[in-house]
Each structure stands twice: as C-alpha cells, then as structure tokens.
Design a protein around this ligand. Sequence first.
Ligand code: NAD
Ligand code: UDX
Length: 464
Amino acid sequence: MKIKNICCIGAGYVGGPTMAVIAQKCPEINVTVVDINEERIEAWNDEDVENIPIYEPGLSQVVKEARGRNLFFSTDVDSAIDKADMIFISVNTPTKTYGIGKGMAADLKYIELCARQIARVSKTDKIVVEKSTLPVRTAEALKNILDNTGNGVNYQILSNPEFLAEGTAVDDLMNPDRVLIGGDIDTTEGKEAVEALVDIYAHWIPRERLLTTNVWSSELSKLTANAFLAQRVSSINAMSELCEKTGADVNEVSKAVGMDSRIGAKFLKSSVGFGGSCFQKDILNLVYISKSFGLHEVADYWEQVILMNDHQKRRFAAKIVQTLFNTVSGKKIAILGWAFKKDTNDTRESAAIYVADYLLNEQAEIVVYDPKVKTEQIYADLDYLNTRSTEENRARVTVVNAPYKATKDAHAVAVLTEWDEFKELDWQKIYSEMLKPAFLFDGRRLLERKSKEELGFEFYAIGN
Ligand code: NAD
Ligand code: UDX
C-alpha cells in the first residue's frame, strides 16, 4: 500500500518538525498538519519562515523547502482527515489536573477527541498512527471508538512513538538511533499497515534501524526510554550532592563512570534538575499505570526519580538563600536562562520556573534573561504555579533582553540553562557591575571555576 496523503493532528513540537522532515524526504506524499490553535497555524504559515512557532536549529530550512510544495499547515481538520490515507495523532497528552489520577495519569481527552473526529469524518479506510506518547494499551481504546461508528470504514492502529529531543529535533529526525513501529503484526492488514509506515521512513533511514513490534511493546517502550533517561540524570544528580559533601567533583565522577562501556557517557551531566514536557509527565504516568496494576514496588522505584529531581531544584535554590547570608529578601537575583535546555524556546517544566518560585517566596527580586524565551511565557509559567497573584509576579519579576541588564546591580547570578552564549559573556564586566560580594551559581556546570574566582566571584557549581 502506497501512502499518498498524510494528515497530522497537532502542529506542536513533535507534529511540526516530524511532518516537515517527512515532507522534505518524501516529495511524492502530501503532508497536511492541522491544529485547532489558529495562531499556531498562522505562525507555521508566516511568510517569513523565521517566524514559525517552534525554534529548532535547522527547522526553518526544512520548512522553507517543503512548505507549499507538499507540506501544508491548516485549521481545516475535517478535510485533512477526509483526504488522508494515514493520520498521525500528535496532540498533547499532559498530566491530568482533575479527577481520578489527578497529578499522575496522562490526560487522554485530546486523544479521544481526535479519535471521535476521525470516526465522524472518515469515509475511506485509514491507518491511524499514535505519535503522541500514550499509556500502554491506549490503542485498544482508540480502536474501540473508531470501530463503533458503523460506517464501514476499516482502521489499522499503529504506535510510532517519537524519540526526538528538543534542541536537536531536526538532527534526531534525520538520523534517529531507531524508529519504532508497533502494529497488529499477527494479521495481514496489520502487517500491511506497518509496512506502509516502514516504507515512508525507509526514504531516508536504513531498514535495520526501523524496528517493528507489537503495539503494546511499542507504547510501553516509549515510557521506558524516558524513564531510563531521566533516571540517569537523577542518579548523577544524587551523586552531585554527595560530591559537594566529600570533595569529589561530579564531572570527574561522571567521566570515570561513563567511560565504562556498559554504562556509557551520555545523560550523565549533573544539573539543577531535568525539565521538559516529557520526563516528569511520562514517569508519573508510568507510576500511575504500575499502581493501577497493583505493582506498588515498581511504582515507588520510578517515583523516586521525580522526588530526586524535585529535591535537586529545591536544593539549588536553598543553596542560593543560604549562601547570601540566609536572606534574599529585597535582593536582586539575575537568572540567566529560562528554557529547560539550550537551543529551544520551550519552557515546560523548566527548573528555572521552580528555582524562581522558591526565591520569590523568599522575597527576592528576580531579573530574567533568556535568548529565546518570550516575556509573556515567563510570566505565564509563574502564573501557572498559582503561588502568588499575576500582579505580584509582574511586580517582582523583570524580564530583560540583554544579559548585562540582568546582572547589573545584582547580588547574585544563577545560570539555569546551558546556552552557549553564557560562556562567552564578558564576566569581568558582569563582576564589576554587580554588588559585592558577587555570587555566581552555576546550575549547569557551564562555566569554568578558576577564571571566575580570579575575577573575584564567590562561585558555586553543582556537584563541586
Ligand atoms: P504540543 O502541545 O506542542 O502540541 C500539541 C498540539 O496539538 C497543540 O498545538 C494543540 O493545539 C493541538 N491539539 C490538541 N488537541 C487537538 C485536536 N483535537 N485537534 C487538533 N489539534 C489539537 O505538544 P508536543 O510537545 O508536540 O507533544 C505531543 C505529543 O508528543 C505528546 O504526547 C508528547 O508526550 C509527545 N512527545 C513530545 C516530545 C517533545 O520533545 N516535546 C518528544 C516526544 C514525544
Ligand atoms: C526527552 C528525550 O530525550 C526524548 O528522547 C523524548 O522524545 C522527549 O523527552 P527532551 O525533554 O526534549 O527529550 O530533552 P533532553 O535532552 O532529554 O533533556 C531533558 C532534560 O534533562 C533537560 O532539562 C536537560 O537539561 C536535562 N539533562 C539531560 C540533564 O540535566 N543532564 C543530562 O545529562 C541530560
């Protein structure tokens, strides 16, 4: 079966880049990305390709090449579904904020709405691909909704979780370690559907990296991969606290441990805590699923990864307060970096939000500089926590468009995102314009200690 028309529901961090790359690599397939968010679609269609709503290195080039040729962005969800042979569902699956499973389970309402819309609109057979990260066995629920419409349309459901990381999305999509496709491989129709998706990726990815499994393994592998990655960060962050007590240096420990080929070097960088839209949400979901099967030890084991991460963020903020003579009340603290990692404008679950909130509770005056994050986003992130009023957040937090505006007259500077440009700042200038003693807190192990201490900074770095 040759796919001619693809529809992707959800033009977010996953749907946008993934479909742009598929369209670029498969010029004979028409790819339409749809969303209910009109503003987002308008931005994807902006004449100036630099204004697309998601910042990812290399993405604007890919969009430029394919947009208008075989890549389209639209709010007309129904007509894109109607035309498509294959429909990717790439909508958000956030942690539930209400009812049963509140604060733990994945909220599947957007997924179900998509399924019902597909069921309502479809007149021809469709392959429906779960691109969103979903609890294991969600495909069963999807199939149930789709099959019970009585309009004679046949659906095949595939699971094709996305492993891209933000900031490197285009590279990850162009050259993935593997692509995972789960399908009903016991039936001919199921096998054909899997093959149809394999054929798409085979346009640019070697076949041996296209891994096919049953649907449940595929769904669960995505949660497992994120849990393992986050667990490595929490493991090294746990060691960072021990390093600080013992004179060991977490970077040296990480290097020594990572050179063991059984362990490997990646994801062992100690930090102020992991953020991003996936790790916490997906582990909480895993914990919830484990509990719902009565697997309490399994649930507790994975929950500890989150508890450790919360501790790391709190510990970093508390260190600032303690170092500044146990009070930051009325003191200006400059935060460099608000995104959850470098090279993205995404701030979801960023450690910076929690560190700022902690310092605001201690009555600090916060000034933030981030090269890519918009001012409204920073206020929205703080407002979302509901710790204080919108007005108070605006009164106590200032967002500036240049690093030196943030650091001037500050009591302390905290580096919370590892943007490359922070390494190249004129730290002599920063030091001379700060109040003394000038405190510098490196939550990313980005800066070199010796030169900063020589300039006169009181320097604290995670795990050292
Ligand atoms: P996102 O919030 O950036 O984008 C989701 C989009 O779906 C939004 O623009 C929203 O308006 C749209 N949407 C929601 N319901 C809709 C509907 N009924 N019809 C049309 N559009 C609708 O989310 P994201 O970061 O792209 O994540 C999407 C999924 O991919 C999630 O399940 C996430 O866990 C998973 N994932 C994310 C990443 C990542 O790095 N962000 C990586 C791998 C997997
Ligand atoms: C993650 C997964 O890596 C990706 O495969 C999945 O599809 C989505 O979730 P993402 O959240 O975009 O991707 O970024 P990632 O590079 O994993 O970083 C997550 C967080 O962990 C960031 O805050 C990052 O700064 C932090 N981190 C990562 C560390 O603190 N130390 C590390 O060694 C690695």
